[in-house]
Design a protein around this ligand. Structure first.
Ligand code: GTP
Ligand code: MG
Length: 212
């Protein structure tokens, strides 16, 4: 079983000036509101309630940094696409998350969490376009809400829609049943803990952030 170092809350940043200076490699969790980003972080780190989760969409409004000792960091991004968020807040989101994703030399990989029942929405596609060829793990979350057959179909459909994006790996995932947990932990460990032996972080420069 893949284990990750113990994580603890480091900082919540509501504006770029509050981001901790880039340090060890970090993996950011992105995706629409309420898809299960914070729950995925807790499941992957084996912690019940490290990252705050909620039934109310838009729970995570700040960028929350978690540190695994001095070795690595996990970053919980606020979700996008919640229709009831007022326009000025959406703009604030774009500036906050945009400035993080665009200019973070220590970012080693992005986990794009998508509800397995509605994957690859327009906003998800926009985010993937922003990320360019950046290493991405697309988790089809809440897979427990689908039958085995539906899971297979969704996975196949997503893989085919992402056929021209070999830097994006797709996997089924459930924070509730822990389906896909080991595979996702393996991907995180490869990004976070093997990075030291790899090329310097920031090698995959991302295009400028627009829209969403
Ligand atoms: P924001 O911070 O608002 O963007 O949401 P989030 O993406 O962090 O979602 P969060 O982890 O807070 O989960 C939202 C809701 O979905 C909560 O009620 C969770 O209990 C539920 N949930 C998350 N993951 C799963 C899962 O794998 N299966 C099921 N059945 N429910 C899940
Ligand atoms: Mg959250």
């Amino acid at each position: 079983m893949q284990t990750l170092p113990t994580a603890q809350f480091m900082r919540a940043a509501g504006r770029p000036a509050d981001f901790p200076p880039p340090g060890p490699p970090e993996v950011a969790f992105a995706g629409r509101s309420n898809v299960g980003k914070s729950s995925a972080i807790n499941a992957l780190l084996g912690r019940r309630s490290l990252a705050r989760t909620s039934k109310t969409p838009g729970r995570t409004q700040t960028i929350n940094f978690y540190e695994m000792g001095a070795a690595a960091r996990i970053v919980d991004l606020p979700g996008y696409g919640y229709a009831r968020v007022p326009k000025p807040l959406r703009e604030q989101w774009r500036q906050l998350v945009g400035s993080y994703l665009q200019d973070r030399p220590s970012l080693a990989g992005v986990v794009l969490v998508m509800d397995a029942r509605h994957p690859l929405t327009d906003l998800d596609a926009q985010l993937l376009a922003w990320l360019g060829r950046f290493p991405t793990l697309a988790l089809l979350s809440k897979a427990d809400k689908l039958s085995r057959r539906e899971q297979e179909l969704t996975l196949k459909e997503c893989a085919s829609r992402l056929a021209d994006a070999p830097h994006v790996r797709v996997a089924l995932f459930s924070s509730t049943t822990h389906q896909g947990l080991e595979e996702a932990r393996g991907a995180l460990a490869a990004w976070l803990l093997a990075e030291r032996n790899a090329e310097p972080a920031g090698k995959n420069k991302k295009p400028p952030v627009k829209g969403i």
